[in-house]
Structure formats: C-alpha cells, structure tokens
Design a protein around this ligand. Structure first.
Ligand code: NAD
Length: 494
C-alpha cells in the first residue's frame, strides 16, 4: 500500500440503521477499492434485502411516531442548518473520503462537492418554514384546504459520480418535508453517505429518520425499489436501471418513482459566437470536469463548419491542462476513473469510435499505470457521425465527440435527434437565434453563451429518457409530498 494510504485513519464501512453503525445481518462484506491507487480502503457492509427491511422498519417507526415529521418546520430547519454547518466543519475529512472513494481531484471535492452538499442541506432547511399551503377559491359554504404532507418512507438510490451531492439533492428536501429516508449509496462510493448520516444525528436528527444501507444494486437497491412499505423512490443513475426502477415501483406498491438519468448534452456553437475563446475554454472545461463523469457533460460538440477547424485547434492546445494526475495533489484537475470496469467501458468506446471511422485527434491512452489506479488521457474525436456509438451513447468518461453542421436547422436537428434531453447549450450573438434555439431544444436546461452556471435555486432534470421529475429548487418538494384536499362545511350563522 502506498505511503498516503497507510497514513490514513481506518475507514468505517458499516451500515447506519436506526442511529447505529452495524454490519450486514448476514455478515457479508465487500472490499472498497480506491481508484486513486487501486488499494483496498476498507471493508464495507454488503447489505441485502434483510438489511433494507430493517432500515425500512426503522424509518417507518420514526415516521409513524412523528419524532421528526411532528416537529414544527422551524425546528426541522434548525437541525438541517446545524447539519450543514457540521458538513462544512468536516470539509477536509469528507473531501478526502470522496476523493479516495471515487477518484475526483481533492480541490473539487472540497470546493464543489462539500460546499454544494452543505449549501443544499442549508437551503432546504431554510426553505421549509417559508412555504405555505393553499386555500381553494370555493363557494362560501365550504372551505377547501390544499395541504402538502410528507409521503412517509422515501427510498433513495444514488450513483458514484457526485456521491454526496446526488444524495443531498434528494435527502435534504425529503427530510425537510418530514419524511424518513433509507439511502442506498453506490457500491463504488459508499463512505461519504455513511458519514453524512452520522453528522445528521450529531446535528439532532432523531435516530431512524435517516438510514444508510450500502451494497450492490441488485442485492440492496432492488429490495428497496420493490419494498411494499416504501412510499417513494428517488433514483439517480443510468437510464437502463432507471427504467427498471419504474417497473419495480409498478410491480410492488405503485410507490412514486422519480428518476434522474443519463445524458449526451449538445454544445452548439454558431459562426457568430460572441467569444470563441470563452466557448472553447467552457466546452473543454465542462466535458473534462469530473473526468467526464457528469450526467450533464457536454459530450457532443456541434460546431458550425465555418469555425470548426479553428475551434478544434484551440481545444487541442488546451488539452495538456487536463492530463490525469494524482487526485490528492491540490492542483490536479483531472483525477482517476471510478474503477477498472468504468475505465474499460471508456476505452471500449474510444476503440469503437476509431472502428466506426471517427478521427481520434488526441488522447485516449491509459495513463499513470504505475500508480495502480485507473486513469485515461482525455480524448477528442473529430468527424463523428450522428449514428456512431460515440454520438449516441453515454460514455461517462473524458471523451469529446465533435460534429460539424451547416446551418441552425441542422444543428437543432442533430441536437434533438437523441434519446436524451438533459442539458444543451447554444452560443450565438443573435438574440433571435438564441431564443428560438433555446425554445426548440428538447432539454431540461438550456444554456445561452455559457455552460457552467448552476444554482440550488433552479430545477435540474431532463426531458425524454434523461428521467422523470426534477431535483433542486422548491420544485423538489413536489416529489416528496402528497397533496391533500380537506373540505370543511361552513354553516355560517351570520
Ligand atoms: P447505475 O444505474 O449503474 O447505478 C446507480 C445506482 O443504482 C447505484 O447505487 C447502483 O448500485 C444502483 N443499482 C444498480 N442496479 C440496480 C438495480 N437493478 N436495482 C436497484 N438499484 C440498482 O449508474 P452509475 O453507473 O452508478 O451512475 C452513472 C449514471 O448516473 C450515468 O448514466 C449518469 O448520467 C447518471 N447520473 C444522472 C444524473 C442526473 O441528475 N440526471 C446525475 C448523476 C448521474
């Protein structure tokens, strides 16, 4: 084991159920391998249906006796804000866990992942005592109250690319509304979710309100999605598994199912782009951020043929800035791919791109082999055809596919002719083109002359096979509450 790994404290991979750390009931464990150096960080509880059931029972008891949902919204707010403060107070520890678990550079784990997680928890805490219910405009002899109620037990299943942020986007609004939660983190990145749950209890969240069961998808995720006493499932992950989640919801108790899924976002640059240098920097920075392992990465670069060659030439000049390096070094911008199987997937797509006739301009080689971890040089393909696998399928790695177009109609057709509809971007100085294209693009978020703005105040989610429902913003409360109408007869004496 490397020097850095031996110097680290022991990690706790036990589940967190009913306020207690525990191993899986059957005693099964799995090795948690760090992509940074390929070494085992710790053993993790390998949860299965029995552990999910225990966690759901704990959550159900916590919900039924109202230890959390019975508190005033302002009291829940105070706990969530304390929790956000604790996340920030543990920033170095949480960032280190995130980097070791899934390979992202430590500077981004600290600046982006920890800060966004704390901000999300704080924002929903602050929001919950400021949202009002409704009174319907009914005739005078009756009063109709329209109120939001927590659903009960919410199951949450998240991926490994932003383990804390993806969890926070769901558990923060779900808890703020008064639900109890059972969270299953990805088997590739379980450690921060477990620490977040401990910190929540330290902040005052009652035992049983937030439970975390690590384990594999089919062993722990499926029993959660099929559980008859789970009222709602919030899922982020691949479209393949997301479709199964909707089926499982229907096969069991028709639990509400919300899915945030894959993407293949188009980044369209017109020949009147107001700032080509900023467009190149943004395109390259956005596709290669988080090693390309972002659902909203602009992996399809659609360039007007007038500017294509100059744009690509400049992108190639920027590439050396994104070479993989030690994720624990404070200046690294490109870290490790999450595991060997994801690295093989990325390399497989690069090979397929070549075979299908695209031109690999740079990158695509395995890197840092001596480290023992999993690294690949960022790759740029030119001459990509719309039917090639590297244009149609989500690679989830640092691979940019460049396509040329002749006019705006062709650009919009290429952008929309896809199963995904998560995000999109249009770069132009023509206000009519900007508005017209923004309306025409079938995507949950459209960026005009930028790509990197993001905020907890705006909804996040996709059209088409990018999922069902929205995370973030006040709209997330719609996912974790039921609407109730209460009619009250008024026999007025006056
Ligand atoms: P994945 O679908 O393989 O796994 C996601 C989660 O589902 C994991 O916790 C996994 O254990 C679990 N799971 C797997 N099979 C399951 C099953 N049969 N039943 C229940 N649970 C199961 O996805 P991944 O590889 O972890 O993550 C990458 C995917 O996530 C990409 O497609 C990416 O686009 C997507 N993603 C989407 C968003 C968004 O907001 N739209 C955000 C981040 C990631």
């Amino acid at each position: 084991m490397s020097q850095a790994a031996t110097a680290l404290p022991p990690f706790d991979g036990r589940a967190f159920i009913n306020g207690q750390r525990c191993w899986a009931q059957a005693g099964a464990r799995f090795d948690n391998i760090s992509p940074v150096h390929g070494q085992v960080l710790c053993e993790v509880a390998r949860g299965d249906g029995a552990d999910i059931d225990l966690a759901v029972q704990a959550a159900r008891r916590a919900f039924t006796d109202k230890r959390w949902c019975g508190l005033a919204p302002a009291a829940r707010k105070r706990v969530l804000i304390r929790w956000a403060d604790l996340v920030l107070a543990h920033a170095p520890e949480l960032a280190l866990l995130e980097t070791l678990d899934m390979g992202k550079p430590i500077q981004y784990a600290t600046q982006v992942d920890v800060n966004s997680t704390a901000n999300c928890i704080r924002w929903y805490g602050e929001a919950i005592d400021k949202v009002y219910d409704e009174i319907a405009p009914t005739p005078a002899h009756a009063l109709a109250l329209i109120t939001r109620e927590p659903m009960g037990v919410v199951g949450v299943i998240v991926p490994w690319n932003y383990p804390m942020i993806m969890a926070a986007w769901k558990i923060a609004p779900a808890l703020a509304c008064g639900n109890a939660v059972v969270l299953k983190p990805s088997e590739k990145s379980p450690l921060t979710a477990l620490r977040l749950a401990e910190l929540a209890m330290e902040a005052g969240l009652p035992a049983g309100v937030l439970n975390v069961v690590p384990g594999f998808g089919t062993e722990a995720g499926t029993p959660l999605a099929l559980h008859m006493d789970v009222d709602c499932i919030g899922f982020t992950g691949s479209t393949r598994v997301g479709k199964q989640i909707h089926v499982m919801a229907g096969q069991s108790n028709l639990k509400r199912a919300w899915t945030e899924l894959g993407g293949k976002s188009p980044f369209i640059v017109m020949d009147d782009c107001p700032d080509l240098e900023r467009a190149v920097q943004t395109a390259v920075g956005s596709i290669f951020f988080n090693q390309g392992e972002s659902c909203n990465a602009p992996s399809r670069l659609l360039l007007h043929h007038h500017i294509k060659d100059a744009f690509v030439e400049r992108a190639l000049q920027l590439l050396p800035q994104y070479q993989p390096a030690d994720p624990l070094h404070p200046e690294t911008v490109m870290g490790a791919i999450v595991d060997r199987s994801q690295l093989d997937t990325v390399l497989g797509y690069i090979e397929k791109g070549r075979q299908e006739g695209a031109t690999l301009l740079a990158g695509g080689q395995v890197a840092r082999v001596d480290s023992g971890g999993f690294y690949v040089q960022p790759a740029i393909f030119d001459g990509v055809g719309p039917h090639m696998a590297i244009a149609r399928e989500e690679i989830f790695g640092p691979v940019l596919s460049v396509m040329a177009f002749n006019d705006v109609q062709e650009a919009v057709h290429l952008a929309n002719d896809h199963v995904y509809g998560l995000q999109a971007s249009i770069w132009t100085r023509d206000i009519n083109c900007a508005h017209g294209v923004a309306r025409a693009l079938r995507a949950g978020t459209v960026h005009v002359n930028q790509y990197d703005e993001d905020d907890i105040t705006v909804p996040f989610g996709g059209y088409k096979q990018s999922g069902v429902g929205r995370d973030k913003s006040l709209h997330a409360f719609d996912k974790y509450t039921e609407l109730k109408t209460t009619w009250i007869r008024i026999d007025s004496p006056v």
